[in-house]
Design a protein around this ligand. Structure first.
Ligand code: ACO
Ligand code: ZN
Length: 293
């Protein structure tokens, strides 16, 4: 008789104390995806199709109390670890497999060595328990200006500002490298929504910063350029232009160049709207980090 590859049955993952529906297929080894549920260790991201095996593993998981990598950012309630794909290869591969469950596009799974992974955790103050929220990956050496390869917030933690935090974090690293950066293309639909939102309020904040930092007598002569905004934000010019278009503050000048028509009312509205959400903000002074290159 002929044997057929089993259809992927996987519908959800058991992760920590949650069951999370999966969105797309991920190339986990076939023998693990023949059941509806995949059990994943929330600490080391190892997977099994047996809840019994996971329970046994949890008793002795090496990352139960401390995630892999180096803690490079700490706030009261969150922490970011930098994990090297070369040093923690299995963990990073498992992270990519997990991410693929929520990503439609092709991503890497096994060739993780050239990447750094920045993993965000929530910390429960009472227990000092690190619980996984999301991550982004970044190529260590690159000739392009990509500062994010792949970004994910677990569906159970989405729409709380964590994606925005991760994006902001990626630009903070880029500014510390004295570079400009942009995410790898193509962006997913959710990636595009999140980035467009980030670019919009960041361009507003940059313009406001420039205006707030000019002496009053110079204010009438002030011009704000796209490259000023790039320098402050770490964003590439293309993404600044995208944001200015969204804000309807981009004007084409006679010499085929673009100018910025600053509209303070729009800027204040965007900023107060965003700030009123009270999402987690980055404290740049809490980042203890040196670029690998
Ligand atoms: N619908 C509409 N707007 C959205 C959505 C959405 N589903 N998600 C984010 N936004 C916009 C909103 O303006 C949102 O603010 P609001 O929630 O107050 O309205 C703002 O972005 C910030 O959202 P966050 O809560 O910070 O984003 P989240 O933590 O949900 O993470 C992410 C966003 C990472 C894109 C998440 O949706 C995800 O992991 N998706 C699956 C994986 C993916 O597609 N990753 C991006 C691939 S592209 C790349 O990797 C370079
Ligand atoms: Zn484990």
């Amino acid at each position: 008789s002929q044997s057929y590859a089993p259809l992927a049955k996987l519908r959800c993952i058991h992760f920590g104390d949650k069951e999370i529906d999966t969105w797309y297929n991920s190339p986990y080894p076939e023998e693990y995806t023949s059941k509806y549920v995949l059990h994943i260790c929330e600490h080391c991201l190892k997977y099994t199709d047996s809840s019994f095996v996971l329970d046994r593993h949890l008793l002795k998981c090496a990352y139960k109390y401390m995630p892999p990598g180096n803690e490079i950012y700490r706030d009261r309630c969150v922490s970011v670890f930098e994990v090297d794909g070369r040093k923690n290869t299995i963990y990073c591969q498992n992270l990519c497999l997990l991410a693929k469950l929520f990503l439609n596009s092709k991503t890497l799974y096994y060739d993780v060595e050239p990447f750094m992974f920045y993993v965000l955790y929530e910390i429960k103050p009472a227990s000092e328990h690190y619980s996984f929220v999301g991550y982004f990956s970044k190529e260590k050496l690159n000739s392009t200006n990509y500062n994010v390869s792949c970004i994910l917030t677990l569906p159970t933690h989405q729409r709380k500002g964590y994606g925005n935090f991760l994006i902001e974090f990626s630009y903070l690293l880029t500014r510390r490298e004295y570079k400009l950066g942009t995410p790898e293309k193509p962006l997913s639909e959710l990636g595009l929504l999140s980035y467009r939102n980030y670019w919009k309020h960041t361009v507003c904040r940059s313009i406001k910063w420039i205006i707030d930092n000019v002496s009053p007598e110079m204010l009438p002569f002030l011009t704000v350029s796209i490259s000023d905004i790039c320098d402050i934000s770490g964003m590439v010019a293309n993404d600044v232009v995208t944001a200015l278009e969204q804000l309807e503050m981009l004007v084409k000048q006679h010499d085929q160049k673009y100018g910025i028509l600053v509209d303070m009312e729009v800027i204040e509205e965007v900023l107060s709207n965003w700030d009123s959400k009270n999402y987690l903000k980055i404290q740049p002074e809490n980042l203890i980090w040196k670029s690998v290159v």
